[in-house]
Design a protein around this ligand. Sequence first.
Ligand SMILES: NC(=O)c1ccc[n+]([C@@H]2O[C@H](COP(=O)([O-])OP(=O)(O)OC[C@H]3O[C@@H](n4cnc5c(N)ncnc54)[C@H](OP(=O)(O)O)[C@@H]3O)[C@@H](O)[C@H]2O)c1
Length: 285
Amino acid sequence: MSEVTVVGLGPMGAKMAATFLAAGHEVKVWNRTASKADPLVAQGAARAGSAADGVLLVVSQIGYQAMYDSLGDARLDGKVVVNLSSGTPKELREAAGWVARRGGTLITGGIMVPPPGIGEPGAYTFYSGPKDVLDRHRATLEALGEITYVGTDEGLAMMYYQSQLLMFWSSLTAHMHAVALLGTAGVSPREFLPFAQETFTSLGGDGTLGFVKSSTEDYEAGVYPGELNSLHMQAVGLGHVVEALEDAGLDSTVPKALLRLFERADAEGRGGEGLGTVIESVRKP
Ligand SMILES: NC(=O)c1ccc[n+]([C@@H]2O[C@H](COP(=O)([O-])OP(=O)(O)OC[C@H]3O[C@@H](n4cnc5c(N)ncnc54)[C@H](OP(=O)(O)O)[C@@H]3O)[C@@H](O)[C@H]2O)c1
């Protein structure tokens, strides 16, 4: 079994360290607040002498500045840093240079499960950076979940991760608005659940409401047919939704921002096209 040092013992890092231990690896742990290592040491992990103590450093912290703060001036000759923290793609690319100047190699990642999902079936992580280096540590990293390699550009793993989070946050916030709106008429969240589930399931499916797939085809073609449901009609409908939220005394900041985007696409002359045409306005702010 191989050696791995986990740097950062928040909910994610602590679960990663426990998962590596359960898979039989030799695990060292390091955290800025040292006491967070105690439960893992009790489970068999060793206390790392510093954040750079090890050959394979798996980092899980609030952001990339934390990695700079933790590693400080340490040399990283021959070391592989796998950073699974959140950041911007630009920060990740810069971080690759920072690690390289210290003699190490950075693999970036975006892990797509919350702590309880780490190491469980269905868990996966987007990775980018040099593939040969990732492959050398594949057997160890697979303990966390499936490895989804997306390319050499160190920013790319984060772009995939953020793309997934964009959909996660936006769709669940839409669900919050829906629940709040119905709640003003006495409908409980549980009463709405089957309808919410139907929408989420259909959107990702292959049927008539399978908009994720059909929009993908439109984006590929750059053509957005709107004869049956024009963007203009949907912008008017969204305006009614905003009014309904306001009439109900609810926050409408996010739906209003969405309405502004739809109205801009309409004003740009594409109201007769389908909803997918909004992507053209997203591309040209
Ligand atoms: N939780 C999730 O569901 C989830 C899912 C996917 C991805 N992620 C990502 O995984 C990463 C870790 O998330 P998390 O939920 O475990 O906790 P977190 O609150 O994002 O990060 C906590 C960790 O960051 C460390 N830290 C913060 N500032 C630091 C600094 N300046 N120097 C050194 N260490 C510093 C903390 O050390 P101290 O203990 O000393 O404060 C702690 O170890 C994040 O980037 C997050 O976006 C989280």
